[in-house]
Write a protein that binds this ligand. Structure first.
Ligand SMILES: *[C@@H]1O[C@H](CO)[C@@H](O)[C@H](O)[C@H]1NC(C)=O
Ligand SMILES: *[C@@H]1O[C@H](CO)[C@@H](O)[C@H](O)[C@H]1NC(C)=O
Length: 351
């Protein structure tokens, strides 16, 4: 009733199928990771070049750009760029500015992780000790700032004011999203809206606006920019919803963080908000951010007894359907179809 998700296929979508997903350029879409590989080979080397500075700072910054990340954001960006170039009757090859945007998206993302780990007091990420854990909070904050400044410099070098504006919005959204996460809302309706808006700002805005930026560089049609933006936005929100589900369902070792980490941080994500409809007792716990003794365990039990996990998963499916509907408006290409395939992988990933 209260979910402002975007409609799929003019509101006529059926569960699990989307009317727009008809034309494929290949029978079997290529794996997005494989297809994007050629454009991402030098990604981390390029980032390390941007960060070439004093030894100590370099050491800190190199720490996360070790080439072991999944580089999901750059992958989406390069696939989107190629799909858009083909849509605009060019060869698929990336423009230098588009390649830079893929790199910048990963830098902004990583800077935000470094800062998040300080805010959350996390000591581990991806099975590695965090920067704040090894070098202390002060240096971690500075390292995050430094990565952002290097990203801003790379962004300015692209030399397109519109692109600068679009990607600056991302940084504003990240900060506003983090602020939203620190607050809570009183009523259920407001709470869900707040959660989805927070999710857009903290996770989806980066993907959406990076997709829009590579579109701006190759095409002057605002409708095409909107398709790129909407694909990124919907995939980004779905990605985070699945992440929030995995926080309840995945074993501690898989995500590299303990189960119910969000509850322990006082955060009520999708599964809890849905569970609250069946177990109103959760309301008080959400309001006190699970700070009373036993709250985390109790809330955890309620969620697993409710259909909160299924409902959140279903919501993620809806967002993926909308992403597919949007991207299907582009001319067929292997990259477009890989982006469609990617939505499935977002939904079925287990870590
Ligand atoms: C690309 O080519 C097709 C077919 O020739 C044409 O209909 C379309 O308008 C062109 N698109 C752009 C962005 O130039
Ligand atoms: C940005 O790049 C696009 C594509 O080259 C161009 O059409 C647009 O005018 C540029 N905008 C600015 C403000 O430079």
């Amino acid at each position: 009733v209260f979910f402002p998700w975007t409609r799929c296929c003019g509101g006529n979508s059926r569960k699990g199928s989307c009317c727009c997903r008809t034309i494929h350029s290949d029978a079997k879409p290529k794996d997005p990771f494989t297809l994007a590989q050629k454009d991402l080979k030098s990604l981390y080397d390029d980032i390390r070049k941007e960060l070439f500075v004093s030894k100590e700072l370099k050491h800190l910054c190199d720490y996360y750009f070790d080439g072991k990340g999944k580089a999901i954001r750059p992958m989406i960006v390069v696939l989107m760029a190629r799909a858009l170039n083909i849509h605009s009757n060019r060869s698929g090859d990336l423009l230098p500015g588009q390649r830079a945007i893929a790199m910048i998206s990963e830098m902004i993302h990583t800077a935000s992780l470094v800062h998040d780990d300080v805010i959350d007091g996390s000591d581990k990420r991806r099975g590695k000790r965090t920067i704040n854990e090894i070098w202390g909070e002060r240096k971690a904050i500075l390292a995050g700032d430094f990565i952002l400044s290097a990203a801003s410099m790379a962004l300015a070098r692209i030399g397109n004011i519109t692109v600068v504006k679009v990607l600056s919005q991302v940084i504003e959204d990240l900060v506003r999203g983090e602020f939203m996460q620190l607050g809570s809302k009183e009523t259920e309706n407001e709470r869900f809206k707040h959660y989805l808006e927070k999710t857009f700002k903290k996770t989806a805005s980066l993907i959406a606006n990076s997709c829009k930026a590579v579109s701006i560089l190759v095409n002057s049609d605002p409708e095409v920019h909107e398709i790129a933006f909407q694909y990124g936005k919907n995939v980004g929100i779905a990605f985070q919803l699945v992440d929030d589900v995995l926080d309840f369902t995945s074993g501690a070792s898989q995500l590299g963080k303990p189960c119910a980490a969000d509850l322990k941080l006082g955060l009520a994500t999708g599964p809890v908000l849905f569970a609250c409809q069946q177990f109103p007792e959760l309301h008080a716990m959400i309001m006190r951010r699970f700070t009373s003794k036993g709250d985390v365990d109790q809330a955890w039990q309620y969620v697993l007894q409710s259909d909160g996990v299924q409902q959140t998963t279903y919501l993620a499916q809806r967002y993926c359907q909308e992403a597919i509907r949007q991207i299907s408006m582009l001319r067929p290409s292997a990259e477009r179809d890989a982006l469609i395939r990617l939505t499935e992988m977002v939904l079925t990933r287990d870590k």
